[in-house]
Ligand binder design. Structure first.
Ligand SMILES: [Zn+2]
Length: 386
């Protein structure tokens, strides 16, 4: 299986120069090619592009050779992909087929090394062709296997490498715990049916507050001023940091769940519906439910774990886990108190219901029907009928 792992780089000033130069050369070459093939009567083909690259561009811009020749040569493949998409859309009769556009400085700047021999990874260091010293990475590559490609990109003044690995890491032994229900929350990130509570990330919350302040600060700066440019970079950096923090939290949780449990049951959260309430919307998008579900699903696939998505209308919070009786449960009510004597934290009760829902869904021959709680004070039961 091919997996991409994205890691932040810690280049020295000299190495930064090289990376900037490589991004610049790739962008320049791409734009030069696009410029040439945008002329009337000049038709795009990969062969023609290669010809133009070798006989015109490399001669006119000898500084291309200051970085790995792959960097500029891959601009041909990239532009070829862009043209292919364009032609496909033209053929399909699209109104705006989207002719390839020129690349702008500092917008999605990147370059790639697509041959395994042009780079290698060792622990927390990365070698790339033509750069004499090894680049430091913030963390080691998480997967073992043949590295296929390295893409280096720049975002908000920082460099990242995305390494594509052909790995077998993800067909291992099955997790040893049978099942878990996960209630995604607002106050806490998640509550598991085992009773474990995964708290919301405090650093993340704090940074979101900071971001608001910095955005206000930015809006007060005069347009075109140096101070504004500085403030803008600060906002972009913080944005990035928040994005990374959120991703890290979600990866940690989805990793833990798919490594531990064979069956994971989660709610089908109607994030669209929930976003109508603005304060709630904030909390929902901060928690990144949609992203979490996406991660759980694809990691579950790697690890042969089953994910059960509960029906949107399954009343996980409203149902008494002990007797099945339904209760009105406004969001402010944190504890479920049932006539049957069952008293439980709202989220834990929901998580336990989800766990049972998942197990039921996987045993279609075992129908669980709900026995109404008839005698208050006496624990009811879920009747099992084969
Ligand atoms: Zn009850």
């Amino acid at each position: 299986m091919l997996i991409a792992h994205r890691i932040e780089l810690r280049p020295t000033p000299e190495q930064s120069n090289y990376l900037n130069q490589a991004c610049g050369a790739r962008r320049h070459c791409y734009n030069q090619l696009l410029d040439h093939f945008s002329q009337p009567g000049v038709k795009w083909s990969k062969a023609a592009a290669y010809q133009h690259y070798m006989t015109v561009l490399r001669v006119a811009f000898p500084w291309y050779s200051e970085v790995s020749s792959r960097v500029t040569r891959h601009a041909i493949d990239d532009l070829d992909t862009a043209f292919k998409h364009f032609f496909r859309r033209v053929k399909a009769g699209a109104k705006e087929p989207g002719f390839p556009r020129f690349k702008k400085k500092d917008v999605n700047d990147s370059f790639a090394l697509r041959e395994p021999s042009k780079f290698d990874v060792d622990g927390r260091t990365l070698r790339i062709e033509r750069l004499k010293s090894r680049l430091a990475m913030r963390q080691p590559l998480r997967f073992t296997g043949q590295t296929k490609q390295a893409t280096i990109s720049k975002q908000a003044g920082r460099f990242f490498v995305s390494i594509l690995v052909e790995t077998e890491d993800y067909n291992p032994h099955a997790p040893d715990q049978p099942s878990v229900g996960v209630d995604l929350g607002i106050k806490d990130l998640a509550v598991l049916s085992t009773g474990e509570v995964i708290p919301a990330n405090k650093a993340l919350k704090r940074n979101i507050k900071h971001l608001k302040r910095r955005q206000r600060n930015l809006s007060r700066k005069q347009k075109g001023s140096r101070r504004r440019a500085k403030a803008k970079l600060k906002v972009a950096r913080l944005h990035q940091r928040i994005r990374n923090q959120r991703q890290a939290v979600l990866h940690e949780l989805s990793d833990k769940l798919t490594r531990t449990y064979q069956v994971i049951s989660i709610e089908d959260l109607n994030v669209q519906g929930m976003t109508t309430n603005r304060r709630l919307a904030r909390a929902v998008s901060d928690a990144g439910f949609g992203e979490l579900r996406r991660q759980i699903e694809y990691k579950a696939h790697w690890r042969s774990v089953t994910v059960v998505i509960a029906d949107r209308w399954f009343p996980s919070s409203k149902t008494c886990h002990a007797c099945g009786q339904l209760h009105e449960m406004p969001l402010s009510q944190r504890t479920l108190v049932c006539d049957c004597g069952h008293v439980m934290n709202r989220d834990l009760n929901a998580a336990k219901n989800l766990d049972r829902y998942g197990l039921d869904a996987l045993k279609p021959d075992l129908k669980r029907t709900q026995e109404p709680c008839q005698t208050p004070g006496l624990p009811g039961a879920w009747a099992l009928t084969a």
